[in-house]
Every structure is written in structure tokens, then in C-alpha cells.
Design a protein around this ligand. Structure first.
Ligand SMILES: N[C@@H](CCC(=O)N[C@@H](CS)C(=O)NCC(=O)O)C(=O)O
Length: 320
């Protein structure tokens, strides 16, 4: 775990000292869209992702739902993120970097800008023509994938429809703050106060979502939208990872019937299922976050991380 400073890798854990033990997420730096100099073209773009990361997972799901596998290639990082950050070293679920030939993800950031300063995160949308990062903010990459490739062969489907945007944005805002990022704010807190400040609102949001989903199939409108996708990538990891590793343990998702139903509905979706590898994700969190779990031991349970009777075995690997 570390970051680049003027193009030089520095091994460092998140600084929580200056913020009273609170984990404060840094803004992503590459924020271009596919317009102007970047045009949507088959074969031009590459995604750097990984099975562990909930932010990268959003992007893998959108790529799959829009049927973009043949138009946008992908590389997948190793589960273990050590002192040199994410790597493409051989391991389960790794898809090597066919574009930049990087062994370490920081080399991809340097290939785009040899003087980059900042965190080295997945997901990344990379332009093979201009040889640079277009965007490294998942909430924006999923919107790009949702519509930019529609005229060059993407599958139909709009997961951010105009008429539902206000409602989607409102749900996203609460879910991002208290849940998607809330699990990290709970788990990476280094004071009791900072932890409790995160974990209580997190469960208030889960309670609220459970109620909101009564009599509804999806969060917004009567259809699958990006709001469901953004919620899902946290829910699917919750009982196996966040409940134990990040101490989000007032309740499990299995204790919420409506949230469990939504989680399973997406997890078993034929296009979404191949984007999930919970064993890999568990190994990442428990082995890489040595300040949270110094022994690196990966717990064996829960036996059924997606609720009674639901198994994810038999899922096919992600097409490269
Ligand atoms: N805001 C970013 C966050 C991405 C992010 O934090 N990814 C994590 C993996 S789950 C990462 O690569 N962390 C490495 C680091 O912070 O050094 C997004 O949504 O794309």
C-alpha cells in the first residue's frame, strides 16, 4: 500500500492522524469523459480492475450489462496489495496487463504521466491511442459505459435514465457516504469515536433501505438502475468481509430479507455472476490490510455469505 509522489513510489498507509482517526478518501484525479479528444471506438479503451474492489466491481458489472467485453479489453490485479500496491503478479483471477505490460499498477499511472502524484487505484479507463488515463473515478466510468458505446455495438439498456436521475442521485448520495464509503470509514478508523461516527449511520441506512425496498423490486422506478449496482457491490461483500474485517457487525445482510433478495437477484444475474469472486475479495481484504488484521489470517466463514441456500460455485471466469 502506498502512493506516487512526483513519479516515485512511496510505501505508506492511509494517514488518519491529521483527521482525528478518521479515514478521508482522496478525490480521483482523472475525470475526462468520452467526448472531444476521446471518442468511443471499439478496441480503443482498456479497463484496469480487480475482483476485490467494490469500485472496480461497478465498472465490471456495467461492462457486462452493456455487453462491452468485445469492445473494451480488461486487466485484473492480483488479490494481494502489498508494499508496492496492486500488482499483476501471477495468481488466481489475475489477467495480465496486455497493454502496458506492467507488473505493478503504479507503472500504468507512470506510463500515462511520469510525474504523477497521488494514489494508485483501480478502476482505470485507459486510452490505448493517446496512451493515458481517461478517467479513474468509478461513478463516472459507469456513466460513460452506460451510453458512450451505444452507437458502436453496446447492448441496449439505460441504467441512468433521464426521468429517474434525481431519485437515483439522491439514493446514490446517501448510499455512497454511509455505506460504500461508510464501510471503509468504519474499518479504517483509528479511534473509537471515528469508528462509531461511521458505523451507526451505516446501519441506519441499511434499515432505511430495507424499509424502502418493501413491495419494490429495485431501488428506483421499477427497473434495474445504477443505484442498485452501486449498492450491490457493497452488499455482496458485506457478510463475508465488512461484517468481520471492518467491524460492521450490528447486523448482517442475511438479517435483512429485502436487501438479501436484491443482493441475490443481482448476484445470480447471468451477466453479473461472472464479475463476482468472493473468495478472492476476502483474501484481498484480510491479507492486505495489515494494520487492521496483522496476522493476515483469512476467516473460513461465513458458510453461506449470500444467505441460506445460495452458492456462487460454478461461476465462470471473466472474459479478458
Ligand atoms: N473514488 C474511487 C476509489 C477507488 C479506490 O479507492 N480503489 C481502491 C481499491 S478498492 C484502491 O485501488 N486503493 C488503493 C489505494 O488507495 O492506494 C473510485 O470510485 O473509482
Amino acid at each position: 500500500m502506498g502512493l506516487l509522489v512526483d513519479g516515485v513510489w512511496r510505501d505508506a498507509w492511509y494517514d488518519t492522524k491529521s483527521s482525528g482517526g478518521r479515514f478521508v478518501r482522496k478525490e480521483s484525479q482523472y475525470r475526462d469523459g468520452l467526448d472531444g479528444r476521446f471518442q468511443a471506438e471499439p478496441g480503443r479503451y482498456h479497463i484496469y480492475a480487480g475482483f476485490a474492489c467494490p469500485w472496480a466491481h461497478r465498472v465490471l458489472i456495467m461492462r457486462a450489462l452493456k455487453g462491452l467485453e468485445g469492445l473494451i479489453s480488461v486487466s485484473m490485479v492480483n488479490a494481494f496489495m502489498g508494499e508496492k500496491g496492486w500488482t499483476f503478479l501471477p495468481g488466481e483471477g489475475v489477467v495480465p496487463d496486455s497493454v502496458n505490460g506492467a507488473q505493478y499498477l503504479y507503472q500504468v499511472y507512470l506510463a500515462g504521466d511520469p510525474t504523477y502524484t497521488g494514489r494508485v487505484t483501480i478502476p482505470i479507463l485507459w486510452d490505448k491511442f493517446e496512451k493515458r488515463i481517461v478517467n479513474n473515478e468509478s461513478s463516472e466510468i459507469i456513466r460513460i459505459l452506460n451510453s458512450a458505446f451505444d452507437h458502436v455495438g453496446a447492448l441496449p439498456g439505460d441504467y441512468y435514465p433521464q426521468e429517474l436521475r434525481a431519485e437515483i442521485d439522491a439514493i446514490n448520495a446517501r448510499v455512497y457516504e454511509t455505506l460504500n464509503n461508510g464501510v471503509y470509514r468504519s474499518g479504517f478508523a483509528t479511534t473509537q469515536e471515528a469508528y462509531e461516527e461511521a458505523v451507526h449511520p451505516l446501519f441506519e441506512t441499511l434499515d432505511w433501505l430495507e424499509e424502502h425496498l418493501t413491495g419494490r423490486e429495485w431501488l428506483v422506478g421499477d427497473r434495474l438502475t445504477e443505484a442498485d449496482i452501486r449498492l450491490f457491490t457493497t452488499l455482496v461483500r458485506f457478510d463475508a468481509i465488512y461484517h468481520g474485517h471492518f467491524k460492521c457487525n450490528l447486523r448482517r445482510i442475511a438479517d435483512y430479507p429485502n436487501l438479501s433478495r436484491l443482493t441475490w437477484k443481482l448476484a445470480s444475474h447471468e451477466r453479473v455472476a461472472p464479475t463476482i469472486d468472493l473468495r478472492h475479495a476476502k483474501a484481498h481484504y484480510y491479507r492486505s490490510h495489515t494494520s487492521v488484521n496483522p496476522t493476515g489470517i483469512v476467516p473460513v466463514g461465513p458458510a453461506e455469505p449470500l444467505g441460506p441456500g445460495h452458492s456462487l460455485t460454478g461461476i465462470q471466469p471473466l472474459p479478458a
